[in-house]
Write a protein that binds this ligand. Structure first.
Ligand code: GLU
Length: 391
């Protein structure tokens, strides 16, 4: 693709971006001595300008741990969990105080939201978090989100704020995700080891080759590295949201990007935006099993947007009750999508392969014609290999 394609795509995306999620990493939020106040000032100036132009802004900010350990004079990020959690508590309030002051110069108010994975995995809590965020946006208040580092334990951690920013983008149905970090974007090889590495300005589709190019090695301060940023961009793309990964310390980077500067890497999405229920299904539910479908059903699900009927089912994995979230997989084990099953795994074992008119005879009752209704499913745009715990 030519650079002109990037600029055309970017112009189109920026013009339509009404709701934007911006994620800033710890490496750019801090200097050797603590919070990077110059950066916070410039960032908030840029975000205030976005807000003035009528856009809604959600900020996902790292930096609590880094600001905390620097504030109390520790030489490095502590390794022990209680210490890490303690410095996060120290740093989070300092960080919010700076944001509060910086946005106040523009007459803007902020709200702190601290989340754990569990807050989004349960549909009621997910909806609750969503309503709170929408209320804040309605009130023209800037939500500033971070992982609740002080209470998280490994099992309920998002892992890193890149992942969290992708989930938040889905949650608020953002039009664009911008990830600001201390590297210029995605390179074809790790630029820290290969000086000849070239920046990739535009990514239409994230494939295995690209994922390999992204280094798994995080910086000294941050915790994600380029690999987790690519995962975040991939997640956002699969629900219809484009992502830009750019260097946060370039002067007025947000303003520049909106003015058309071709900085960093733009990741496109080739799917239309999902409805909110589908977002939840795609990224926050925990599938209880799999429904394996034949080739005909796979084609119909993927390309025709139809519901899944019993006739296309060839197998069931796992035990689940009616109403459970399940993966829809093809016979090669590739995940086609996720949906809510109208029947339990036990009932499905009886009616798989049958015509809809035979459900009644087989089960003695017929609840639904469809096993998974198309309104209750999300189909992934690109094939994802079945791995345990995915979804
Ligand atoms: N939540 C962490 C913090 O505020 C940062 C996590 C990350 O760097 O992704 O320090």
């Amino acid at each position: 693709m030519q650079p002109t394609d990037r600029s055309r795509q970017q112009q189109h995306i920026m013009a339509r971006a009404r709701r934007v999620v911006i994620k800033v990493g710890s490496a750019i939020m801090t200097t050797a001595n603590g919070l990077n106040l110059g950066f916070i000032k410039e960032l908030t100036d840029n975000l205030a300008a976005l807000a003035r132009s009528g856009r809604e802004v959600v900020l996902v900010s790292s930096g609590a741990i880094a600001a905390g350990f620097k504030k109390i004079g520790l030489p490095a990020k502590p390794r022990a969990i209680p210490q890490k959690q303690a410095v996060a508590a120290i740093g989070q309030s300092t960080m919010m105080q700076q944001y509060e002051q910086a946005f106040d110069r523009h007459g803007l108010k902020v709200a702190q939201i601290l989340l754990t994975r569990n807050d989004l995995a349960n549909r009621r809590r997910y909806l609750n978090a969503r309503n709170t965020l929408f209320t804040l946006l309605n009130w023209k208040i800037i939500p500033i989100i971070n992982e609740n580092d002080t209470v998280v334990v490994e099992e309920i951690q998002f892992g890193d704020n890149d992942n969290l920013s992708a989930l938040i983008s889905s949650l608020v149905q953002a039009d664009l995700l911008i990830i600001l970090t201390d590297i210029d974007g995605l390179y074809d090889q790790d630029p820290r080891q290969h000086p000849e590495a070239r920046l990739i300005p535009l990514v239409e589709h994230i494939d295995v080759r690209l994922e390999r190019a992204a280094s798994r090695q995080p910086g000294v301060i941050g915790s994600g590295g380029m690999f987790s940023k690519i995962q975040a961009a991939k997640k956002a793309a699969s629900v219809g949201i484009p992502t830009i990964i750019a260097h946060g310390l370039k002067p007025n980077i947000i303003e520049q990007l909106f003015a058309g500067a071709e900085d960093g890497t733009l990741f496109l999405s080739n799917v239309t935006k999902l409805r909110s229920r589908q977002y939840w299904l795609a990224y926050t539910t925990n599938p209880a099993g799999d429904i394996v479908v034949d080739d005909g059903a796979r084609q119909v699900l993927r390309y025709k947007g139809k519901s899944l009927l019993p006739a296309g089912i060839v197998g069931i994995n796992g035990r689940f009750s009616a109403g459970a979230a399940v993966r829809l997989v093809d016979t090669a084990g590739e995940i086609i999508g996720i949906g809510l099953s109208n029947y339990s795994s036990q009932d499905l074992a009886c009616i798989k392969g049958l015509k809809t008119c035979n459900i009644q005879d087989s089960l003695g009752y017929k609840g639904y014609d469809e096993v998974v209704h198309r309104d209750n499913m999300v189909i992934f745009s690109e094939s994802r290999t079945l791995t345990q715990g995915e979804g």
